[in-house]
Design a protein around this ligand. Structure first.
Ligand code: GLA
Length: 726
C-alpha cells in the first residue's frame, strides 16, 4: 500500500503541474461582434485551437477548455498522420516541419479591424510560419492566411502551403458546396460528411471556379436552414487552383469526432521552391460563423464584401447595354454608332463594345484569329476607338470595352512574333480551346504586354468608363517557357503574375468599373474581386436558369457584384427577364431597336426604377424566402439597414395546375413599423398581380402572416416595393 502511495504521489504532482502549466499559457482570443476563435499553447509547446463559435461572455471561461495535443496548423512529415496544412522539404531532404508556438502580436487597423499575427517556429530548421488572422468585428468575418519564411542558407520546397486550418468538434457535419459547368453554374449540393476526406478543388489553372466554386457552407450537428442552425461559411480569395479539404475523423482516440478543414492554393503539381531568405504569402480564406442559419452567414459575407472585399464595393454600379448578342463579331462603325443611340434611348449609363474590334493581319471576325493583336481593326472601325468614345460622349453615354489580355489565337501576329510567350508543352500537340492558348503570365514581359493592352486603351481614351476583362479557356497541356525547370511553380506564378498586372491597372486607373468574366462564371471569386467591381456569373442568361444560378452565388456574393443582363435567351416575357436581371446588377444585351414602343418604355422605366432602388437591392440585406429548386416558384427580399425600404422579387416558375401556395412571409422588417406595398415594374396597362398592392400593413403582419398567395400562372413575376410609413 505504502509503495503504491509512493508511486502515485509523483504522478499526482505531475498532473497538478501539468494543469497549472497549461492555465498559465496566454489565451489568444480573436473576437468579432458575436464570434470568437481562441488558441493557446499546449503542453507540447505547440499552438492549439481551443474554440471557434459564439464568443463566451466571460473570457476566463476559455481557460477551462482543455487544449488538445494536436497542432492547430497541422504540419506534415512529423508525428501527425492527418492531412497537412503546411508541408516542407528541407535542402537535406528532411521532409518534416514541426512548428512550435513562438509569439503573437495584435495589429489594430481601426475600431473594427485588427490582425493577429501568430509566429510559429521549427525547433531544428530555420523556417518560420506566421499565421495571420484578420478580424472584422461588425461583419463577424475572419480572414486567415499564412506567411512561410525560409531563413535557411539553402532552398526549401513547399509541398503544401495552405492559408487556413480549422478544427471543429461536433457530432455531425453537413457540407453545402456549389458545382457546375459552363452555362450551368452554382448547382447546390448538401452532403452529410462521411468519415474520411472530401475535397472541393480546381485544377483549371487560369480559373478558380466553373466546376466547383471555392466557397462552402458547413452546418454543424444538423443541417441548417436559412434562419436556424450553426454554420461555418468560407470562400477562398484566389483566382487559380484551389483546394478546400474536410477531413472527418470519427472515433479517433484523442481526437474526438474532429473535423479538420484546410483551405488554400491547390498543392496539385505545385511544389514551390523558396530560396534562402525568401518568403511566401498565401491568399486569404474568408470565414464566418453564425448560429442563425445560412441566411445570416450570407449576410455576414455580403457586408464584408461590400465594406472590404470588393473593389469600390459600395460605389453604385453603372447600367450598360452590351452589343455581344446583337452583333457578335459582325459590326462596323455605323452599326456601333446606332447602338450608341440605342444606349441613349434605353437610358443605361454605358455602351459596352464586346469582342471583335481589333486585329488587322488576321482580323478578329470570329474566335479563330486575331486574339492578341490589340490594334483597332481598320476595316470595321476606320476612325478608331477614339472616334466611338467621342461619339458616345457627345450623345451623353459612357463607353466601355472588352479585352482578353491573357490569351492568344495561334493565328495572330502576337503568336508569330512571340511563340515563346505561350503556355504550351514541348513535344506535344497544342491543345486549343476556343481556338486559343493561354499566354505565359509567369514571364514579366508577358505581364507588361497584358498591362499595355489595357493601358494603351485607357491612356489614349481617358473617358473609357468600363472594362470587361475576359478569359475564355482553362489551362491544359500547359508549360511555361519562362519557368524552364521550375514548372511546378507555373500555376501559382501565373496567378501572381496576373495580380501584378491588375495591381498596376488599378494603381493607374482607380475609377474604371471592371467586370471579371471567364467563359461565364469561371472567375466568380474574391481573389479577382479585390480588383473588379463585379463578375459575369454565367453565359446562360435564360431567366429561369438565371434565378437558380444567381440564387447559388447569393450564398457568398452580394447582388452588386453579379452582372445580370436582359437578353434574347429564353421565351419568357420581357417583364420576367427584367425582374430576374434587376435582382442583381442590371444590364442589357439585346437588340433594342427590335423593342416595341411599349417594351422600350417599360425598359426605360425599369432602368430608372433599378437606379432608384440600387441602394436597397445591391447593398441591402438579402433574405432568401423561397428557393427555386422545386421549380414551382421562387422569392427573395432585400431590405436596407434602417428597415425602412425593402424590395420583394417573386416568381411563379412551373406550378402545377391548381397549385395553391401559402403566403410569402417577409423577413427582417421592423414589426412596429407600418409599410406600404407597391407593385412595380408594371407597364402602363398592366394591373398589379398582388392584390395587396397599395395597402399598408404592419411589419409584424407581413412577417407573421405574409403576402397572400399570388402568381400562380407559369413564368410570371412580381416586384413589390415595401416602404415604411412615417
Ligand atoms: C465570352 C463571354 C461573352 C463574350 C464572348 C466574346 O464567351 O462570356 O459574354 O464576351 O466571350 O468572345
Amino acid at each position: 500500500m505504502k509503495s503504491i502511495k509512493k508511486l502515485l504521489l509523483p504522478i499526482c504532482l505531475c498532473f497538478v503541474l501539468f494543469v497549472k502549466a497549461q492555465s498559465n499559457q496566454p489565451l489568444i482570443i480573436i473576437k468579432t461582434q458575436h464570434d470568437a476563435l481562441v488558441f493557446r499553447e499546449n503542453s507540447n509547446k505547440q499552438l492549439s485551437q481551443l474554440y471557434f463559435g459564439l464568443s463566451l461572455n466571460d473570457s476566463n471561461d476559455y481557460k477551462i477548455m482543455k487544449p488538445n495535443s494536436g497542432d492547430a496548423l497541422v504540419t506534415g512529415g512529423g508525428i501527425y498522420n492527418r492531412e497537412p496544412a503546411i508541408e516542407v522539404t528541407h535542402s537535406d531532404g528532411n521532409p518534416s516541419l514541426q512548428l512550435y508556438f513562438a509569439s503573437y502580436s495584435v495589429e489594430k487597423i481601426d475600431g473594427n479591424v485588427a490582425v493577429t499575427h501568430i509566429t510559429l517556429k521549427d525547433s531544428v530548421y530555420p523556417v518560420v510560419v506566421t499565421w495571420h488572422i484578420k478580424s472584422y468585428a461588425k461583419e463577424d468575418v475572419l480572414e486567415q492566411w499564412t506567411t512561410i519564411e525560409n531563413n535557411a542558407k539553402t532552398a526549401i520546397v513547399l509541398n503544401n502551403y495552405a492559408s487556413a486550418c480549422l478544427q471543429l468538434s461536433k457530432e455531425k457535419y453537413f457540407l453545402t458546396h456549389f458545382y457546375g459547368e459552363w452555362a450551368s453554374e452554382m448547382h447546390i449540393e448538401e452532403l452529410p460528411l462521411p468519415e474520411g476526406i472530401k475535397t472541393i478543388e480546381s485544377k483549371l489553372g487560369v480559373r478558380a471556379t466553373n466546376y466547383d466554386n471555392p466557397s462552402f457552407m458547413l452546418a454543424l450537428n444538423k443541417p441548417a436552414d436559412e434562419e436556424t442552425g450553426e454554420v461555418v461559411a468560407g470562400s477562398l480569395a484566389w483566382s487559380g487552383n484551389f483546394k478546400i479539404l474536410f477531413e472527418n475523423i470519427l472515433n479517433s482516440r484523442g481526437m474526438d469526432n474532429r473535423l479538420q478543414l484546410i483551405a488554400g492554393i491547390n498543392p496539385y503539381a505545385s511544389n514551390y521552391t523558396l530560396k534562402a531568405g525568401q518568403s511566401f504569402t498565401t491568399p486569404p480564406l474568408i470565414l464566418t460563423y453564425t448560429n442563425q442559419g445560412k441566411g445570416q452567414a450570407s449576410r455576414n459575407l455580403h457586408h464584408w464584401a461590400l465594406n472590404y472585399g470588393v473593389y469600390n464595393g459600395r460605389v453604385a454600379r453603372q447600367t450598360l447595354l452590351n452589343n455581344w448578342e446583337t452583333t457578335f463579331f459582325n459590326f462596323n462603325e455605323q452599326k456601333l454608332t446606332s447602338l450608341l443611340d440605342d444606349t441613349k434611348k434605353l437610358g443605361t449609363d454605358v455602351f459596352l463594345l464586346d469582342d471583335g474590334w481589333f486585329a488587322n493581319k488576321y482580323p478578329r471576325d470570329n474566335d479563330k484569329s486575331g486574339l492578341g493583336d490589340w490594334e483597332v481593326n481598320k476595316t470595321k472601325l476606320p476612325n478608331g476607338i477614339g472616334y466611338l468614345v467621342k461619339e458616345a460622349t457627345e450623345k451623353g453615354v459612357k463607353f466601355g470595352i472588352w479585352v482578353e489580355p491573357e490569351m492568344v489565337n495561334p493565328k495572330s501576329e502576337l503568336y508569330e512574333k512571340h511563340p515563346d510567350w505561350v503556355l504550351k508543352l514541348p513535344n506535344r500537340p497544342e491543345n486549343l480551346q476556343r481556338t486559343q492558348l493561354v499566354l505565359d503570365l509567369c514571364n514579366p514581359l508577358v505581364q507588361e504586354h497584358a498591362f499595355k493592352v489595357v493601358d494603351d486603351l485607357l491612356a489614349n481614351n481617358p473617358s473609357i468608363a468600363y472594362v470587361k476583362w475576359d478569359c475564355n479557356r482553362n489551362m491544359t497541356n500547359a508549360y511555361s517557357p519562362y519557368l524552364k525547370d521550375a514548372q511546378s511553380q507555373m500555376f501559382v506564378d501565373y496567378t501572381l503574375g496576373l495580380y501584378k498586372v491588375l495591381e498596376r491597372v488599378r494603381a493607374k486607373y482607380p475609377n474604371v468599373e471592371m467586370m471579371w468574366c471567364s467563359g461565364g462564371g469561371g472567375r466568380a471569386e474574391y481573389g479577382g474581386l479585390k480588383y473588379m467591381q463585379e463578375f459575369w456569373p454565367s453565359d446562360n442568361t435564360d431567366p429561369v436558369d438565371r434565378i437558380s444560378i444567381q440564387w447559388g452565388y447569393s450564398y457568398f456574393f452580394p447582388s452588386a457584384v453579379q452582372c445580370a443582363h436582359v437578353t434574347g435567351w429564353g421565351k419568357e416575357s420581357l417583364k420576367f427577364k427584367t425582374d430576374v436581371a434587376m435582382m442583381a446588377k442590371l444590364g442589357y444585351d439585346i437588340p433594342v431597336n427590335n423593342f416595341t414602343p411599349d417594351e422600350l418604355k417599360f425598359s426605360q422605366q425599369a432602368i430608372l426604377t433599378y437606379k432608384r432602388l440600387q441602394p436597397v437591392i445591391n447593398e441591402g440585406d438579402l433574405y432568401r424566402l423561397q428557393d427555386p429548386y422545386s421549380k414551382e416558384r421562387a422569392a427573395l427580399e432585400y431590405i436596407d439597414e434602417a428597415k425602412t425600404h425593402a424590395v420583394l422579387f417573386a416568381f411563379a416558375l412551373y406550378p402545377l395546375n391548381g397549385d395553391i401556395f401559402p403566403a410569402i412571409q417577409l423577413k427582417g422588417l421592423d414589426p412596429t413599423k407600418k409599410y406600404l406595398l407597391k407593385e412595380i415594374n408594371l407597364s402602363d396597362e398592366t394591373k398589379p398581380q398582388c392584390k395587396q398592392s397599395g395597402s399598408v400593413f404592419s411589419g409584424d403582419y407581413l412577417m407573421k402572416v405574409g403576402l397572400n398567395a399570388f402568381l400562380t400562372k407559369t413564368l410570371t413575376s412580381a416586384v413589390i416595393e415595401i416602404i415604411a410609413q412615417d
